[in-house]
Design a protein around this ligand. Sequence first.
Ligand code: URA
Length: 202
Amino acid sequence: MTKTDKMRAIRDEILVLRNSPLYEYRVTNSFFPVIGEGSHDARMMFVGEAPGRNEAKTGRPFCGAAGKVLDELLEHVGIPRESVYITNIVKDRPPENRDPTTQEIEVYGPFLDRQIDIIKPRVIVALGRYAMGYIMKKFDLDLQLEPISQAHGKAYPTKTSYGDLDIVALYHPCVAVYNPNNLPNLKKDMEILRAYPVKLLQ
Ligand code: URA
């Protein structure tokens, strides 16, 4: 199976994920699940929390207000959006944009694990505390887990079966949606990504 076939298999499974607590809400509202977007050969993968309303209406990650901020951050460091892969832990929209529950993270986490396995990124950028908590635990870095107020802008190096990986923690872009005064700090944190090549693998 090619990487694209494997991603399609994930999409097909999520489309009929009736055991998800968010399935009914998706179907009732004619929302789409948001699987992810970008290059399957990306070295850098961004992981957010869960789709918002715009994302669930279009099926595209980070295409609403938080997406605008993410685009601005990527532009700030000269990283083309199409050179990275962007996804979320939770693939369906939680009602009223509430935080994802532990159960939702348990249901959707294995799909993110499979996406990481397909892409084999060299850098995972965790956007916000949920993504950071999930990714750090997945790579057995629980002991280094800090509050996002401490972790933001830092890289946590680790090893995987396919080689070295840096996990970079950033504040979630929505903090600049709620308060635009946060944007300069987000841009400053983002500058850590200038250290990594983004040329596609292969
Ligand atoms: N917030 C997220 O965490 N993900 C999105 O895709 C959009 C907003």
